[in-house]
Write a protein that binds this ligand. Structure first.
Ligand code: ADP
Ligand code: 5GP
Length: 213
């Protein structure tokens, strides 16, 4: 896929938008979000903290910030997370400080978080855009998790069991993307981001005022 020219969009915009993306593990959320980061300008992924062990190839502070449970619990106690949750037996959380910095810097932000985290955020960040990625079927979800080869059979079973409860929460989301053909699912995700950028509520009123001076 070709990279798109990076036009200046910021002068038109008042502030960035928060895109919250959730999916059952293996549905393809990471693949879709990485493609979005590669192809469109002015969007950043908020790097989460986790107590899970790094997978092969994962880099600290790039894919996650990997911390001990003690440190994570300390951060919870000091109110340092915008949201946090226990997912598949590990702790994951979004740093409030990192989120605020990205917003201050004027970026659109993707949060790749689970359904519990999304629910927590919804009570405070109701102007975020909530996107849920579904696999075409449970059978295909199992196949993708198996083919990815990052989890043991036991962990895959656990993730498939959790998937049902996660999918049941789909109504909390604004958009549902079925990730069957990757290109089509990607186009839908990009369409959501690009159209939300030009929502009237996101346009800088001072910039518009320049036209009618
Ligand atoms: P998640 O982040 O939701 O856990 P990943 O992005 O890691 O999922 O995708 C799970 C596996 O499925 C990966 O091996 C990925 O390459 C593959 N995958 C993702 N989207 C598709 C698709 N549309 N068709 C086939 N395979 C896919
Ligand atoms: P993985 O271990 O496969 O990278 O991620 C497992 C799950 O944790 C995914 O559903 C992912 O969205 C979720 N997750 C990752 N970071 C966060 C976070 O900061 N907060 C919450 N609530 N979930 C997260």
């Amino acid at each position: 896929m070709q990279r798109r020219g990076s036009g200046r969009i910021r002068p038109f915009l008042r502030k960035g938008t928060l895109f919250v993306v959730s999916a059952p593990s293996g549905a393809g959320k990471t693949t879709l979000c990485r493609e979005l980061l590669r192809r469109i300008p002015d969007i950043r992924l908020s790097v989460s903290y986790t107590t899970r062990a790094p997978r092969e190839g994962e880099i600290n502070d790039v894919h996650y910030t990997f911390v001990s449970e003690k440190r994570f619990r300390g951060m919870i106690g000091r109110g340092e997370f915008a949201e946090w949750a226990v997912v598949h037996g590990n702790l994951y959380g979004t740093s409030l400080r990192r989120l605020k910095k990205l917003i201050r810097d004027g970026y659109d932000i993707i949060l790749d978080i689970d359904v519990h985290g999304a629910r927590q955020l919804k009570s405070t960040w109701n102007n975020a855009v909530y996107i849920f990625v579904l696999p075409p079927s449970m059978q295909i979800l199992r196949k993708r998790l198996t083919a990815r080869k990052t989890e043991s059979a036991e962990r895959i079973k656990e993730r498939l069991e959790n998937a049902k409860a996660e999918i049941a929460g789909y109504r909390d989301y604004d958009y549902i993307i079925v990730n069957d053909k990757l290109d089509k699912a990607y186009d839908e995700l990009e369409g959501i981001v690009m159209s939300s950028r030009i929502r009237t509520a996101n346009i800088n009123p001072e910039w518009i005022a320049g036209f009618v001076k």
